[in-house]
Ligand binder design. Structure first.
Ligand SMILES: *[C@@H]1O[C@H](CO)[C@@H](O)[C@H](O)[C@H]1NC(C)=O
Length: 247
């Protein structure tokens, strides 16, 4: 192979990298009650998880897994392991989407600081936890791996902010699930790189009111999709627009 061909191959390998689907060890606990509870807002910036289609199949991730919010939207398969007395026999696995952060707890002598670095930890909704382990277990060892996300319907764009600060929450993302780069285009602008504000909220200071909005979304595996005219020129702050397509 000629030198320039080697560089080309390297460049292509960097653009599309598959997600790591190896199994790893971690622990899991649960939050809330059987209704799910506490499914509003959170560190990813998603809103009502039921309305947004995530339902109860969600978890809050510890610092070691959360990646400062970049992991928001990623999907994980999880099963209970190593504790026959706590794992429900033949329960199989559950699949969840990362929708929140489980913060560290540095209170001295706190025995349940499960989410402190470097611990890998999933705080599951109670209905998901009790699919794989007994309620009274409280905390169980698990194994987990990244899996592709299967979402019904298109990628959704919720637009917030004001004319000088447009903040877009991107949710219901399939495929690798975790958005790593976003571009936005008004019908009168070029493509503009958005910067990540927090969680899955992406921002720009360019005024885009009165223009059709298009988006280009790149996931952690390098896959990119373009959503042309996802929002019509009459788009409003506080509204959600459906990209129709998904990964
Ligand atoms: C805006 O989007 C609509 C479809 O929603 C399309 O028909 C129209 O041509 C677009 N306008 C511009 C200026 O891109």
């Amino acid at each position: 192979m000629a030198v320039h061909e080697v560089f080309l191959v390297l460049a292509m390998a960097m653009v599309v990298s598959a997600i790591d689907t190896n199994w790893y060890d971690a622990h899991a606990t649960f939050y809330g009650d059987m209704s799910g509870g506490e499914t509003m807002q959170g560190a990813c910036g998603y809103g009502d998880l039921f309305k947004q289609g995530y339902g109860l199949q969600t978890a809050a991730l510890s610092t070691a897994l959360f990646n400062d919010g970049l992991t928001c939207g990623a999907c994980f398969e999880i099963y209970c392991t190593n504790t026959p007395q706590w794992c429900i026999p033949k329960a199989g696995s559950i699949t969840i989407t990362a929708t929140n952060f489980c913060p560290p707890n540095y209170t001295p002598n706190k025995p349940d600081a499960w989410c402190n670095p470097p611990r890998k930890h999933f705080d599951l909704s109670m209905p998901m936890f009790t699919k794989i382990a007994y309620y009274k277990a409280g905390i169980v060892p698990i194994r987990y791996r990244r899996v592709l996300c299967y979402k019904r319907g298109g990628v959704k764009f919720e637009i917030k902010g004001n004319p000088y600060f447009t903040l877009v929450t991107i949710y219901n993302v399939g495929g690798a699930g975790d958005v790593n780069a976003v571009k936005i285009k008004g019908s009168k602008t070029q493509w503009i790189d958005m910067t990540r504000n927090w969680g899955q909220n992406w921002q720009t200071g360019t005024v885009l009111t009165g223009q059709n909005l298009s988006f280009q979304i790149t996931l952690s595996d390098g896959k990119t999709l373009e959503f042309d005219n996802a929002a019509p020129d009459g788009w409003q702050f506080g509204q959600t627009y459906d990209g129709i397509k998904n990964f």
